[in-house]
Design a protein. Sequence first.
Length: 229
Amino acid sequence: MNRKRLLLLNGSPRKAKTSYVFARTIKHLAEKKGHKAEIIHIIEYFDEEKHFDALKDIILPQDILGLITPLYVDTLPYPVIWFLEKLSCDLAGELKGKEFFAVAQCGFPDADLLHPLLESCRYFAKAVEMRWLGGLGYGGGALIDGTPLEKLGRKGKKIISAFTSALDDIVEGKNISPSAQGLLTAKIPKILYRPLAAFLNYRKKREAYLQGVSDADLTRKTYLENYKL
Ligand SMILES: Cc1cc2nc3c(=O)[nH]c(=O)nc-3n(C[C@H](O)[C@H](O)[C@H](O)COP(=O)(O)O)c2cc1C
């Protein structure tokens, strides 16, 4: 067997939440198949807790890089954008030939919201001449909120089997098959979508109020303030 080395990049600033539990599961599955896998947290490099320069020694021996990230305001979280830009500048030419995949997840149940983010990841791979193996999207990550997948019953089992199927392709250097995305896509009746979205919005607002955010803050359009024609 061709043993591969995988580096999983956790794109969430919240180091132990849903992106991390996804990365942790992918790591365990890869190790069970006899491959080597490790996880790094992008936020530690963004916050300068760890030196970006030291990353070169971690990244260069890897065969496969995988980004596991939440969706922030319909795109990648800024620390992830910063990190990918830094990789493309500082390791220009040295990522060529490695393989890259992404797993994205968002708060709302509709995984189609993740398509632009995954397209940005495909574009990044192309720009640094890595081979794009494809991306997976999971809608409803906010409800998981860092709960280990093993504790999620049927839902967790389906996500684990989607990752198992995707990994079979990834370690063979094949494009992730659409059936993995099929397993990851929860079929929510259309009629439930609005009440669920309202519930998720309510939860987020409540969390914001607890952090001292006011209604005025939530509706502020800072980009229009001090705007003069
Ligand atoms: C600043 C911010 C922006 C977000 N923007 C979106 C969004 O545009 N669409 C969406 O469905 N979820 C959005 N979410 C929800 C997160 O994608 C979701 O809660 C995710 O599961 C968080 O991942 P984590 O647990 O790994 O941090 C946002 C969350 C935050 C904190």
